[in-house]
Design a protein around this ligand. Structure first.
Ligand SMILES: *Cc1c(COP(=O)(O)O)cnc(C)c1O
Length: 395
């Protein structure tokens, strides 16, 4: 078996039937049928068929499937148009009306709406638990629980879920488990190692790595991917040939990028803890993170995701400080998304408090002075200098 770095460059090359080193972009909706009607029927019905019709599959998507399966240590993987397509397709492969799902109290915002509003509207019951304590998952198990869905580290609070404990609990109760591994990336965390059944990704983020595509992936057993593929034929969110090609290219440098991002983020987080104007730094790699020991147990590196809470005697001052810092920053762009080579910063309270606060009177989840940072691969000295000048403008 070859090593990961080699497989990221070469795995699945057999799907490139040309002599080009870089595979072509298969910009086609359909493919000429095989010699016989039987061959065509086989193409029509085989899982992820690369040469039938684009919604069924595409050669680049098949190649990516091999690479993603290798990354997540699963038998197979299915590529889709977005991370949300991967999440919704994977979940709807597991549950039907009358079933029950355990999810976390904090998820990526659109996933949260999917669990809070979409599933219940189709007769699927969802219990949301504080994921920092396994006892909460245990207490939520019902007779009809079919799925435990977790995300670790979670967006944007960077809370950690104990993967081994969740997998154990699920196994004991014959419940399927899915992890959103987007924030960690498979370089830093492979949930299969702890007995988790399937993994989903927004490949828009670290896997693509250049903020130039949207894509999603489901990684799991051959049987689960077959079932998810059948659902995907109906839900229809196939990954476009161009985005597929860009993702294949982005993945070649995944290990290099993640290594640099891990290093930059750890150094930046450590440095930020000592800076004036900052009340709190949250980063899974810092000993000050309340779940640092668990993060160390299940992660090899701590990713580029961190948050800073700016000082301020009141929420309002925190808010105006956040606005000032966002305006002053020159390298860090104020943009949603994450996981690219470039550093980005967002203000969770403006983006997500409204989504999370649908039920009136609920306390805002995110302080007004909180900023989420996705650290890129720029030179660390330039990143520090940029944050330093922005923080100095507060004083
Ligand atoms: C971005 C993101 C998603 C959704 O991915 P899209 O590609 O935008 O659909 C899901 N989960 C997490 C953790 C994310 O960061």
């Amino acid at each position: 078996m070859r090593n990961l770095e080699t497989d990221l460059i070469h795995k699945g090359e057999q799907y490139n039937e040309t002599r080009a080193i870089t595979p072509p972009i298969y910009q086609t909706a359909t493919y000429i049928a095989g010699e016989t009607i039987d061959e065509q029927l086989a193409d029509a019905t085989s899982t992820k068929s690369p040469f039938f019709y684009h919604r069924h599959g595409n050669p680049t998507n098949s190649q990516l499937g091999e690479i993603l399966a290798k990354l997540e240590k699963t038998e197979d993987a299915l590529l889709l148009a977005t991370g949300m397509a991967a999440i919704s397709t994977a979940v709807l492969t597991c549950v039907v009306a009358g079933d029950h799902v355990i999810a976390q109290h904090a998820h990526y915002a659109a996933a949260q709406v999917f669990f809070k509003e979409f599933l219940p509207a189709y007769g699927i019951e969802v219990t949301h638990v504080d994921q920092t304590d396994i006892a909460n998952f245990e207490a939520a198990v019902q007779k009809n629980t079919k799925l435990i869905y977790v995300e670790t580290p979670s967006n944007p609070n960077l809370e950690i879920t104990d993967l081994e404990a969740v997998a154990q609990l699920a196994r004991n109760n014959k419940i399927f488990t899915i992890v959103d591994n987007t924030f960690a990336s498979p370089i830093n965390q492979t949930p299969r190692d702890f007995g988790i059944d399937a993994v989903v990704h927004s490949a828009t983020k670290y896997l693509g790595g250049h903020s130039d595509l949207t894509a999603g992936a489901i990684c799991g057993s051959k049987e689960f991917i077959h079932q998810a593929w059948r659902k995907s034929l109906l839900l229809g969110a196939s990954l476009s040939p161009m985005d597929s090609w860009l993702l294949l290219r982005g993945l070649k440098t995944l290990t290099l990028r993640i290594k640099q991002i891990n290093e930059n983020a750890l150094e930046l987080a450590t440095w930020l803890e000592g800076q004036q104007g900052i009340k709190k730094v949250t980063y899974a790699g810092l000993p000050s993170h309340s779940q640092h020991a668990l993060a160390k147990k299940q992660m090899h590196g701590f990713t580029g995701m961190l948050t800073i809470e700016l000082s301020g005697d009141s929420e309002q001052i925190g808010y105006s400080n956040a606005q000032t810092v966002l305006k002053q920053l020159e390298i860090f762009a104020n943009a949603v998304s994450l996981g690219g080579v470039e550093s980005l910063v967002t203000h969770p309270a403006s983006l997500w408090n409204s989504v999370q606060q649908r039920e009136a009177g609920v306390k805002p989840l995110f302080p007004l002075g909180l900023l989420r940072i996705s650290v890129g691969i720029e030179h660390i000295d330039d990143l520090k200098a940029d944050l330093k000048q922005a923080l100095l403008s507060l004083i």
